[in-house]
Design a protein around this ligand. Structure first.
Ligand code: G1P
Length: 297
């Protein structure tokens, strides 16, 4: 079983300023709910029961969002607003716990993940980077498939997608034994490197922000020195793991939205508005009208 997921949410989100000045970037809404809810629900659909937030003192709004708001629930109940009450209660499904742990220093993604070691123990776990939303229309979503593959093969699973050559220096980039696997499939990885120069990149397959890792990686992270950007990189720990155990690149079927920057955030809003069960049709009409005549009433 993979029951635990680590979500590093301590970052300030400078690419989303000024909106993220006093609201955690993960709490910025995508249509009618904060971005972090999409990520938590994705983890829960993949079978995760414990969500471990690695967080910062300025971001308690995230923990509060997943806590019970008794007064609000009581008020909705007495006013007979049952549909809204159900929605509020459904933010965190029954049987799922949110645990938070502080990252006291901003020393990088690898350091953030390592902060969760006391809660993860030696169990396998997932890592979901909350800036990235993954939408997959298939009945079995990408993270769930990665968990299954891990359980069958024991090989760590790293989700990848192809990016244009000029963007390889913004991501972890992987090298494979053979060509990229078909969407929904995994292939053995031979190397992984954080933000390589375009000329050094071993491929154009970028690490998307979804990982299924063995507990062993925690010990490796504890000994990983700072790398790219002088930060402790999860990518470097995976490169060490690769010397000792099988690691596979999983080729995603869904679509990603990088909500850590304004363009990706906007794109996510358009996408999730257009597929929203109640607002979708209206949203699509509004977008079409806006395209025909921007700014018209
Ligand atoms: C992090 C990871 C990188 C990965 C990326 C995905 O980088 O270090 O390997 O490709 O997330 O979004 P960051 O965006 O935090 O610089």
């Amino acid at each position: 079983m993979v029951r635990k997921a680590v979500l590093p949410v301590a970052g300030f989100g400078s690419r989303m300023l000024p909106a993220s000045k006093s609201i955690p970037k993960e709490m910025l809404p995508i249509v009618d709910r904060p971005a972090i809810e999409y990520v938590v629900k994705e983890a829960v659909r993949a079978g995760i029961k414990e969500i471990i937030l690695v967080t910062h003192s300025s971001k308690t709004a995230i923990e509060d969002y997943f806590d019970t708001q008794f007064e609000l629930e009581h008020q909705l109940e007495t006013k007979g607003k049952h549909a809204l009450l159900d929605e509020v209660r459904d933010i965190l499904p029954d049987g799922v716990n949110v645990i938070s742990i502080r990252q006291h220093q901003a020393l990088g993604l690898g350091h953030a993940v390592a902060c969760a070691a006391p809660v993860v123990g030696d169990e396998p776990f997932a890592v979901l980077l909350p800036d990235v939303l993954v939408n997959c229309h298939e009945q079995e979503e990408d993270l769930g498939v990665m968990v299954e593959k891990y359980l069958v093969s024991g090989a760590a699973q790293i989700m990848v997608e192809e990016v244009p050559a000029e963007r390889v220096d913004q991501y972890g980039i992987v090298a494979l034994k053979r060509e990229a696997p078909a969407p929904g499939c995994s292939a053995p990885m031979t190397a992984i490197v954080e933000k390589p120069a375009v000329s050094d990149a071993p491929s154009r397959l970028s690490v998307v922000g979804r990982y299924v890792l063995p507990g062993e990686i925690m010990g490796i992270l504890a000994e990983t020195p700072p790398g790219s950007g002088n930060e402790i990189q999860l990518t470097d720990a995976i490169a060490t793991l690769l010397q000792r155990a099988p690691v596979e690149a999983y080729s995603m079927r869904g679509r990603t939205f990088d909500c850590g920057n304004k363009t990706g955030y906007l794109q996510a809003i358009f996408h999730y508005a257009s597929i929203h069960p109640e607002l979708g049709e209206t949203a699509r009409e509004m977008m079409a009208a806006e395209l025909r005549e921007p700014g018209a009433n």
